[in-house]
Design a protein around this ligand. Structure first.
Ligand code: SF4
Length: 76
């Protein structure tokens, strides 16, 4: 089970604006100007964020643990 705080970012140079993130998790992602953006940059740990990050066809969504910078998603 996830805990702690996570930083959520999207590489705008990699995002193709598919909207999968916003469709999978509208609580955390939206489309803006044709590209995916996090609703907020820092969130309480939630598996839904991992699911959305893993669903991105471009792996443009990066989720890191606040403080340690450990990558939570995507994982190889
Ligand atoms: S799922 Fe990935 S490529 Fe699609 S809009 Fe979201 S960040 Fe961009």
């Amino acid at each position: 089970m996830a805990d702690g705080r996570w930083n959520v970012s999207i590489d705008s140079g990699t995002c193709i604006g598919s909207g999968v993130c916003a469709g999978t998790s509208p609580k955390y992602f939206k489309l803006e100007g044709g590209y995916g953006v996090p609703i907020v940059d820092e969130v309480d740990a939630d598996d839904e964020v991992i699911t959305a990050a893993e669903s991105c066809p471009m792996e443009a969504i990066l989720v890191r643990e606040v403080g340690t910078e450990k990558v939570i998603a995507p994982l190889d």
